[in-house]
Design a protein around this ligand. Sequence first.
Ligand code: ZN
Length: 274
Amino acid sequence: MPGRQLTLMTVHAHPDDEATSTGGVLAKAAAEGVRTVLVTCTDGSCGDGPGGVKPGDPGHDPAAVVELRRKELEASCEILKVTDLEWLGYTDSGMMGWDTNDAPGSFWRTPIDVAAAKLATLIEKYSPDVIVTYDEYGFYGHPDHIQANRVTMAAIAMTGSDAKVYWTTFARSKMVEFEKALAELGMNMADEVPSDGPEIGLPDDEITTFVDTSAFGAQKFESLAAHGSQGENIFFLQMGVERFTQLMGVEAYVRVKDSTNAPLPEDDLFAGLR
Ligand SMILES: [Zn+2]
């Protein structure tokens, strides 16, 4: 449809998730003149505080964390040239099993239809052509990521949006290389992801869409670096921008809803829409 500006909406759980999993497609879309909308569902209050103070430890002030992470997310959006940042307004639920799961206002505790109705107003406002969120396991089992999937899918159903819908993933074929890079930094993948859930990522033949965003590797790297207070989430920046781009420059997605009939596999989230 020439003349009509396309819109990409990514729905994420916390400040920093936009960079890790979709930084490449956000930067690429912006460079192509696509309007990019980032919806961040929670305030990130269970993140590290200034100086690396852990949630629940003395000196961890959730209000200060929220303020810091808001600024970091705004900086990240500037780097990725995100057109519109929208906060869904929920409190970070923390990792599975934490008391914060059930705190008032937590995303995890909010009924799906309530949060979905909020997101639905944003889908109606922006009429995205493409919507990206996580898979049903939230990629790695974090309650807010699982909830982001449920809320997004419910909001899409509520609005009857005919956007192409994608879930983020990671190619298992890259995992070995990624683990090697971590090992060189003295880290163990097993320490970084919970081991009691399904295996992370997918085999290549189950991935419908590989988007080469390596030309935007520096932007993705910088956007992640903008979340400087979250040392643990951005540990892999220590590998440097070149290695990072080699490992994270091609982003993997699974197309779960489509009305374009664009042939699979694709190399573009907007295949069939341009
Ligand atoms: Zn997250």
